[in-house]
Structures are given as C-alpha cells and as structure tokens.
Design a binder for this molecule. Structure first.
Ligand SMILES: [Zn+2]
Length: 438
C-alpha cells in the first residue's frame, strides 16, 4: 500500500526565478511516465506540462504541484493526465488540450478510479474531482496559437495517438518546444510529428539507445504468424492497450488480412468511437470506420463466447492485468492450437511479463501455467533512438532536455548521441530546478 499525502505548497514557498526561464520536473524527469513539468519565468508566467501517474503496482505519483492556473495536457494516456483531478480540485487549474484528449480524459479517469478500487490502492483524488476536471477543459486545435499571459502557446501534432500534441512556448527570451510523447513515423491512426526550429527542445527519450524494427517487416511477420495459427484452427489472443494500440491493430488486420474473423473487446471500443468523431486528427478516418464495421465488437456474454471461435481477439488489458483478456486467456489456454501475441511493452510486475519470464499468469490470484505459443511484436508509437536524434537535429535546438527516459539504460546513450551532434544536453532529475536563457 502506498499512501499519498500531497500536501499543499503555498505560492510564497515557491517563488519565480530572478532571471530567464526555469523548469522543474515534479515527475517524469528521470523516469518513464508520471510526467509533470513546471515552467516559469521572471515575469511570473507559469505553466504545468502534464500531470500523470505511473500505473505501476503500486502506482507512482509526481511531487505535489504548487498553485498553477494553467496546465497543458499533451495527450490522453494516464501517465500524462492521471493526476489532473487532484490539480483541478486543489488549485482550480484550467486544463488545455485538444478536443479528442478532453473527450477521452473522462474514460481514462473513470478507469483509473475503478482499477484503484479493484487493486485496493488509495488515489489522492476521488470521483467528484473527475467532474471538476471535466469542467476545467479549454480546447485548442492544432496550429492555432493563443496567448497565455505573455507566452504564445501552440499545440502541434505529435504522432503517437490521435490528438497527442507537442507544445510550443514562445517567450521574450526565446522559444521552447516540448515533444510530449511523440513519434515522427506515421502509424495506422496518425501522421508522424514534424520537426521545427526551436531554441530549447524538451524531448521524450523512452527509446533512447534502442531502435524499432522496420515497420513494414514487423507488420509482415505479425500477419504471417497470425495466418499460421489460423490455418491450424487456432485463435490468436492479442492483448492491446485501449487508447491507440487496439485501433492500430484492428486497422492493420483489416488492411492486410481482410479474410480473417476478428473480434474486439474492452475499453478500446469506446475510444474508437471517440476517434471517429474527430476525423480531422486521423490519417485515414475512412480506414478506421471501415475497420470498425468489418471487425466484430463484443458487447454481451454470448458475444464473448462466440469470440472464442474467431481467428483473432484484440482485447484489453494490453499487459494481461485483468480485463476481458484474462477471461479469454483462461478459456483459450486449454487448446494448444491457440496463441498469444503481445503488441507492446510488458511492464515489470504485469501478467504479461510474468508469462514471458515464468510461463505462468496470475488468474484470480492463482499462478496458472499457460502452455501456448507466445510471441512479441513491436508496434510502439514512440520515436526510436535514430528518430529522436534526427528530430533533434532537424529542430536545430541549441539545448536539449531529455525527459521521460530511463536514467540507466535509455538516457546515457541518447545524451551521448545528441552531444556528439553538437547539442548541449540537460538530463534532469525529479525535484531539481533547471535554468534556461539565463
Ligand atoms: Zn503516451
């Protein structure tokens, strides 16, 4: 059990810098997820970029934020907005983001609340705070600048998932660009992020030191393996995250294996509906629509039983931590013709990681052996090492701040590559101040 006592930093305890701009990672500096970065200047302008939790077991929270009137939420993943209800309830903070991010936020907060009840860990906010947060949104379209006090702010497409934004901050001192979670490569759902000239670049370094396999080759391998299972009469269970991955996978299956019988279950169904209401941020809205018509959405107990005869079931949780995935796994495990294909990272402590390392998955508190083929595929929508280095070089930034990065494995090789390219590099620790333009 983790107890969170956020405390309240008073404004008088938390002054503005004397000169230039200052950044302060409350979370997500030397770690992946759990993001919260304060940016303030000598003229009393202040913003908080994202305020998430790390959905680990137990979850991790960023440091308590001092009073802040405006927060930019880059996208709708829980590690970027999971603590917004606390912020809105305690500081009456206004949340700024794209309309799709705002529309999905309620689902994400409700799901986070539900999981905290099931897992029995305390959250620093309660259900009423979700309502306050929903009323706190101010919506901005991509490439439509607005003035926040003396700063000119603009959200731009970051790739990653629909509505995910980079934030550009133009100040008297110079320009700062935050990538948020980003990918410069196209995915099935969205176009890649485009670099632009900036003085300071805050870049997420999740994949520092690691490169992704070629997207086309990975897709081909995935499809070939699915056909192999289907030909022998088996079903492939594809655990997938609800917000982005589920839809990417269903679109891929529809495009490349239209003859298959594919069923979809979990929160990804509702999120797909929200995506379809925002065709302007999708790369190919018609493909999402036709993929959704083509696949079969599970909406009842009898649907769920029928899905057991499908070629593929795409379902949450993406890491085999509860959700319909576990219900399917418990039934599919009896027939060796079936398989499990992971499509994303399996965190330490997750059911998926346990399966990969021990061949067993906790199902209703028991470690159950799973004697099925298990395969892993990489369909990440974070930029890989080479993309990060290229993007940084194209932004022509003098200084680069690497955040959202593992400080032991990912950050050092990335920092080295960026320094070799002539950039100054900052590698912030949570809780420390960094100065810019001073
Ligand atoms: Zn994300």
């Amino acid at each position: 059990m983790v107890m969170y006592a956020p405390g309240m930093l008073k404004n008088r305890d938390y002054n503005f810098p004397d000169k230039g701009l200052r950044y302060h990672f409350l979370g997500g500096g030397n770690e992946v997820g759990n993001v919260g970065c304060l940016l303030d200047d000598d003229k009393k302008n202040r913003l908080l970029l994202d305020y998430g939790i790390a959905p680990t077991d137990p979850p991790k929270y960023p440091l308590p934020s001092p009073s802040v009137k405006h927060s930019i939420i880059t996208h709708s993943h829980i590690d970027h907005l999971g603590m917004a209800p606390w912020l809105c309830a305690n500081h009456r903070t206004k949340l700024h983001g794209t309309s799709i991010t705002a529309n999905i936020s309620e689902l994400m907060w409700n799901d986070c609340y539900k999981v905290s009840k099931i897992e029995g860990y305390p959250l620093p906010w309660d259900k009423r705070d979700i309502d306050t947060s929903i009323d706190s949104w101010e919506i901005h379209d991509f490439n439509q600048p607005w003035m926040q006090n003396e700063w000119k702010l603009t959200l731009q497409n970051a790739g990653h998932i629909p509505g995910a934004s980079m934030l550009s901050v133009e100040t008297d001192h110079g320009k700062v660009l935050f990538t948020g979670d980003f990918d410069s490569r196209d995915s099935m759902l969205v176009e890649g992020a485009k670099p632009e000239k900036t003085d300071i670049l805050f870049i997420e370094g999740t994949y520092g030191g690691r490169n992704h396999p070629n997207q086309e080759e990975e897709r081909r391998r995935f499809c070939e393996e699915i056909v192999r299972v289907s030909d022998r009469g088996g079903t492939v269970l594809i655990p997938a995250f609800a917000n982005g991955r589920t839809q990417d996978i269903v679109m891929m299956l529809h495009k490349y294996l239209p003859e298959l019988n594919v069923h979809v279950d979990g929160m990804g169904k509702r999120i797909a509906k929200i995506y379809m209401d925002h065709p302007d941020v999708l790369k190919d809205p018609d493909l999402l629509k036709s993929s959704w018509k083509w696949s079969k959405q599970v909406s009842s107990k009898s649907d769920r039983k029928k899905a057991l005869d499908a070629d593929c079931i795409v379902s949450t949780s993406g890491m085999l931590d509860g959700g319909p995935s576990i219900w399917y796994l418990n039934r599919l495990k009896e027939d060796r013709r079936n398989s499990i294909f992971f499509t994303g990272y399996q965190a330490t402590g997750s059911g998926g990681r346990s399966l990969l390392e021990t061949g067993k998955v906790p199902i209703w508190k028991q470690k159950v052996p799973i004697n099925l083929d298990v395969k892993q595929f990489s369909f990440s929508t974070h930029a890989g090492h080479d993309e990060i280095v290229q993007f940084s070089s194209d932004c022509d930034a003098e200084k680069i701040v690497i955040y959202h990065s593992d400080p032991n494995h990912s950050r050092p090789p990335l920092a080295e590559a960026l320094e070799k390219n002539g950039h100054q590099v900052d590698t912030p620790e949570n809780g420390e101040f960094g100065n810019l333009f001073n």
